[in-house]
Write a protein of this length. Structure first.
Lengths: 828, 171
């Protein structure tokens, strides 16, 4: 599981005042702020057809018949296809996690349903037509007769004897069962003076990128091109090759401007294959763009775990061990890697702490809901949430300050091997927490809190100290013989200096808002001695640059950026050899200083990159045996993961009359190693916090007992708006990672991983005087108010949803309670 | 499909006469008939605001306005708000303060912010946050958007003062 024999990489820092570390404005922005960028839905092709998809209104049913007659006759339709037409697909939608020695049940999952549907929104038929509106009219004429089957939506009930079975062929709803452990867990609980147990529901959420998914497929003379709003164009091409039965060189996948991902576009969806299949079948370009309702129903969800945590400690606060059982709701079918997600919870179950015994048992479950897969943080927010809330609870039980308990158990020696096999690369957990507490001025807040309570105002503070595993990742740990992912996790880069000295960089990463063009240009500029303006970064097109592994898991900088840095170093080395030859010096005597390749000690003897490129491309006088050109490639496979960390604190105020929670202050101190561009780092932290606040307070994907999706639009699925969050106070420490030469870690998911326990902890702290000790997210006014009533021994009203379930039960809740954000869903 | 209706709409200063289906949404008129792709569709329920444009000078969500309702009106989209080399102060400020990441909500966010500043040239932070509550962004956490709007407001007030001073001098 772990990475034995991790080698430290030597830091390479360019000479002089470089561009790395500067808060440069983004190169991406001019096209975006003027409305001139091209997302997939902005594209059209001659003779293009629009696709409209007919989806199941039933959560579990046999398809008795599909009558497409009226749809075919409709003037809006050029063609109609059902699952029966797609039988020439070479393979169903693949799932790439096959851990050695563990059975993972993978049902056939086709782009259009065959015989049976397993969730509301499953695609049943596709209609194609020339007019965007007309094709929807035609799709409404498709008549599908269903024979409803019993539905199961609660994963714990799905495991009970006699529960409806989602896939008959398995005879069980269990997807898999596996464990990750290390140390003497049994002994740890025997040695413990105190044992705390908690059941924590980490509810289902949506990625909710503002750009709905969109794809445009073109088939021309045996060649397929797909433009898709995807995070993973290279991986998509491999999978299209498998499903379409085409050689990879005949497939081009392009991710143009992509409007946010958050994991929801780390996927190869049935619609992508469907658009390609239709384009090939009809010989015409085909475009499909999701409506928001299709997004909510058919773009993978995240989280949806029920966690049973048990933690043991000595009286002095030393934690002896932690044992967790995770029940993961996988939904009805898998997409690319859904079942592996709770493994990432298991990875972080040591938190920032010297836990010597750790065991995490994971059970995946089929239900009649849509697929869960990676959403920002992917398993790590769930793990952090349970550890941090349990540490607070343990502190209460031990009558200890929760920060003192954390500090007592903090890891302070690095690298640090954890009992479940991971090696933390570097850290300074006391440093980030101390800075966070200082910025917050905890003592002043405690005084203010006491004064306010006397006036009936309930404010509380919550803390979260986290460590994240990211920078995916070392192929030998993640790959077929390790965790069982069927792929490598290197990243590629190709740095090409043009004959006049400007530079094009091809990266295997594929951004959707992160600012790669800016940050990567800064890295290359310093290594080649040019300005970022003369560097272009190309990504997201399988017809340019080498095969890459794309963007997710906070890997783009720590793996992709490192690959770029190494490729640029190779270019620099060659440039130095050319300069040495030209200036009659030894290559090791050439130094790069402020854009000049000069001879050490004789700075007047120097060449610029443009001059070097001239020599390289007019190879009249190159060193003996040297090839022409200035063009280098790197495939970098990291030796370890990287482990960002930090401390977040939230102060919230609870209106005890209404249950409404307002965030008053939020302080975040994060450490992702040296910042390449602090502006971009702060932006990722801000967005990550609000993603976490969304889950903690407002957002929830809700299915009712019949498997109907209740939160099918942004009216019901409440994203936080600007009015719902305060200005955050952020700071950083910079502890370099020894894993790569840049010293960098990841930052895209960090704040989301950190956030939710700080918010929930703050509300629990506020309500402690009222006797509230447990709350499950999202902390909607109704749920908070009911918790107060129950703690006070008062009746809490009906306490059940219209579907007859308790509000704090899995999957219940927001249904019927209307928009949950204070800004009432944000409509103006 | 019902019979089409002739509409005359001035978009970014240019007059267009088009035959449209009565059910055609303004956002699709702008995107599909005029090729103005800077106005985006994010939610279909007027929650996200990615489709915000100005209709006769006021911000509207163009996914909830029919093209026929804009007959005879003036529409401004992000493309008419400024371009590279001649950016609007809000565009400059979004760039300067990293007020965008994926950029998908940005045109609508800028149009909504412009509407606010037209009504309130010196908004407080909470006035900005309230005014933008109908425009959702999943990337930025809003912090730098708020900062950008504050900066643009200051810049625009400064420019207006300078203009007034110039007028006084001229008078």
């Amino acid at each position: 599981m772990g990475v034995p024999g991790v080698e430290a990489a030597e830091r390479t820092e360019p000479d002089g005042d470089g561009f790395v570390g500067r808060a440069l404005k983004r190169k991406e922005d001019p096209r975006l702020i003027t409305g001139r960028a091209a997302y997939v839905d902005d594209m059209t092709l001659p003779r293009m057809l629009y696709a409209a998809i007919v989806r199941s209104p039933e959560a579990h049913a046999r398809i008795v018949s599909i009558d497409t007659t009226a749809a075919r006759e409709h003037p809006g339709a050029e063609a109609v296809f059902t699952g029966e037409d797609l039988t020439d697909l070479a393979a169903p939608c693949p799932m790439v996690w096959a851990p050695p020695g563990v059975e993972v049940r993978v049902p056939d999952h086709w782009p259009l349903a065959r015989d049976k549907v397993g969730y509301v929104g499953q695609a049943v038929a596709v209609v194609l037509g020339k007019d965007k509106y007309g094709v929807v009219d035609a799709a409404e004429q498709v008549i599908v007769e269903y024979e409803p089957l019993p539905v199961v939506v609660d994963p714990e009930k799905a495991l009970e004897e006699g529960a409806p079975i989602v896939h008959d062929e398995f005879g069980t709803n269990q997807v898999f069962e596996w464990s990750l452990s290390g140390g003497d867990v049994e002994g740890a609980f025997k040695d413990a003076d105190v044992v705390i147990e908690r059941r924590i529901v980490n509810h289902r959420t949506a990625g909710a990128a503002i750009e709905p998914r969109s794809m445009l497929a073109e088939w021309r003379h045996g060649k397929l091109t797909l433009w898709s709003s995807t995070q993973i164009p290279h991986i998509c091409r491999v999978i299209l090759s498998i499903q379409m039965g085409l050689d990879e060189h005949n497939i081009r996948v392009v991710a143009p401007e992509v409007g946010g991902g958050f994991g929801s576009k780390l996927q190869v969806y049935g619609e992508e294959v469907l658009a390609c299949w239709c384009a090939r079948k009809l010989g015409r370009p085909v475009k499909w763009t999701a409506t928001r309702s299709e997004e909510m129903a058919g773009t993978h969800h995240g989280r949806d775990q029920i966690d049973y945590v048990r933690i043991g400690a000595k009286r002095d606060g030393t934690v002896t061990g932690i044992h967790t059982k995770i029940i993961q709701d996988c939904g009805a079918y898998h997409l690319i890697e859904g079942p592996v997600i709770p493994t990432f919870s298991a990875c972080v179950m040591s938190g920032c702490y010297k836990f010597d015994a750790i065991q995490t048992d994971i059970i995946g479950v089929f239900t009649n809901k849509f697929t869960t897969d990676a959403i920002r943080g992917a398993g790590r927010p769930e793990g952090t949430h349970m550890i941090e809330l349990t540490m607070d609870e343990l502190a209460g039980e031990l009558d200890m300050d929760p920060l003192e308990l954390r500090r007592k158990n903090f890891i302070d020696e690095f690298p640090n091997e954890r009992p479940h096999g991971f090696i933390y690369d570097s850290g300074n957990y006391h440093g980030t927490l101390d800075l966070c507490v200082e910025k917050l001025d905890l003592e002043a807040f405690r005084r203010e809190q006491a004064e306010l309570r006397e006036r009936g105002v309930y404010r509380g503070v919550g803390f979260s100290t986290y460590v994240e595993i990211c920078g995916l990742g070392p192929s030998r740990a993640l790959g077929p013989e390790g965790w069982g992912m069927q792929g490598g996790y290197f990243e590629s880069a190709h740095v090409r200096v043009h004959p006049t000295g400007s530079v094009t960089v091809y990266t295997g990463t594929s951004p959707h808002g992160q600012g790669h063009e800016t940050g990567f240009s800064q890295i290359v500029a310093d290594r080649l001695g040019v300005t970022p303006e003369v560097i272009d970064i190309i990504s997201g097109d399988t017809h340019t640059g080498p095969f890459g592994k794309n963007t997710y898991g906070s890997r783009s900088l720590a793996v992709g950026g490192e690959a770029i840095a190494r490729a640029a170093e190779k270019v620099q080395d060659k440039a130095k050899r050319i300069v040495a030859h030209q200036l009659e010096a030894a290559p090791e005597d050439i130094e790069l200083v402020e854009g000049r390749y000069q001879v050490r000690g004789s700075p007047d003897k120097a060449m610029t990159l443009g001059q070097v490129a001239g020599e390289a491309y007019i190879p009249a006088d190159l060193p003996e045996g040297m090839e022409a050109g200035l063009d280098e490639t790197c495939f970098y496979d990291p030796s370890n993961f990287v482990w960002p960390f930090g401390a977040h604190a939230c102060i919230s105020e609870v209106d005890v009359e209404t249950g409404r929670v307002d965030i008053v202050r939020y302080v975040a101190v994060d450490d992702c190693g040296p910042a390449i561009n602090p502006l971009l780092v702060d932006g990722q932290i801000h967005g990550g916090i609000v993603h976490g606040v969304g889950q903690a307070l407002y957002e929830q994907v809700v299915y009712d007992d019949d498997g109907q999706l209740v939160t099918g639009t942004f009216v019901d699925y409440a994203l936080p708006s600007a009015a719902d969050v305060p200005t955050f106070e952020t700071d950083r420490t910079e502890t370099p990672s020894p894993t790569n030469t840049l010293g960098v870690k990841g930052v895209g998911e960090a704040a989301t991983i950190a956030c939710s326990p700080a918010v929930v902890g703050s509300v629990l702290d506020a309500l402690r005087p009222l006797g509230v000790t447990e709350l499950n997210m999202p902390l909607t006014p109704m749920r908070v108010w009911q918790a107060i009533q129950e703690a006070q021994g008062r009746g809490s009203g009906p306490g059940e949803t219209e579907q007859g379930r308790r509000l704090d039960e899995h999957g219940g809740g927001a249904a019927g309670s209307g928009p949950t954000a204070p800004s009432e869903g944000g409509a103006s | 499909m019902s019979a089409s209706v002739r509409v005359q709409i001035t978009v970014n200063g240019e007059r267009h006469e088009s035959d449209v289906e009565p059910r055609l949404l303004l956002v699709h008129y702008l995107r599909d008939m005029l090729g103005l792709h800077g106005t985006h569709v994010g939610c279909d329920t007027s929650n996200c605001g990615a489709c915000t444009v100005h209709l006769n000078g006021e911000a509207v969500k163009s996914c909830t306005v029919l093209a026929v309702q804009a007959d005879g009106a003036e529409v401004t989209t992000i493309e008419g708000h400024g371009e590279e080399g001649a950016l609007h102060p809000l565009q400059e400020a979004f760039w300067e303060h990293h007020g965008l990441q994926c950029g998908y909500c940005t045109p609508g966010m800028i149009m909504a912010a412009a509407d606010l500043l037209a009504r309130n040239p010196d908004p407080t932070e909470s006035e900005i946050r309230e005014a933008l509550a109908g425009n959702l962004c999943r990337c930025t956490g809003y912090q730098n958007i708020v900062k950008a709007v504050q900066a643009a407001a200051g810049q625009m007030r400064g420019a207006q003062q300078a203009e007034r001073a110039q007028e006084e001098v001229t008078v």
